[in-house]
Ligand binder design. Sequence first.
Ligand code: BTN
Length: 236
Amino acid sequence: FSVEYHDSIASTNNRARELAGEGATDVVVLADEQTGGRGRLEREWTAPSGGVWLSVVCRPDIAPARAPLYTLAISVATARAAREAGVDAWIKWPNDVVVPTDDTGDYRKLSGILTEMEGETDRVEWIVVGPGINANIDADALPAGATSIREEAGDVDRRRFVQRLLAEFDRYRTDLEAVVPAWRELALTLGQRVRVDRPAGELVGEAVDVTGSGALVIETDDGRVTVSAGDCEHLR
Ligand code: BTN
């Protein structure tokens, strides 16, 4: 990967999309601070100085249906890098990296990922995977329910963290079959009672599995349901 670094930028995903549109590939846009960070579902993402805010531009030869594996791969890479930094990091489906606060399934969020892509129905043209990691940031500069590496384990060497994250991501993007098994080992969601908000309505049940394409299988009162996208909350 080549890296384009910014002290401050509106959103690394915006810049990465611009580069993708110009034909770039394997470029990482990295920033210390974002002034207009974007989250999933049109939410804002708080991204003060001290974090790891990055977006990777890829042009994989895959069908759009496999694109969620890229997001899962980045979440595996992020969780591994966070563990190396001393954080008890786990993944909440589909791709938040969280730190459990107790053994009831409760957690604080360390990282989220915004994935955007363009392409035909049968082939991805480009994909931008953008993880944001609350690294060397005080908890009081973060939204409620969030935590940081500083808070959990003390400051991390961000250069080393990014290197580890990109090395792990690079390994999995070339071996997509290995992504879900690796994800399963880090999943906090499996075995939990969950509520999933999806376009087709809300679902409550026990999260029992993930499919090969990264969809969550939920055992509900009306039987097993597979959900490929949605907002997931762990219930007690
Ligand atoms: C979420 O959990 O809602 C996803 C948050 C994604 C934030 C990252 S920070 C780097 C990249 N650039 C952005 O504007 N957003 C993503």
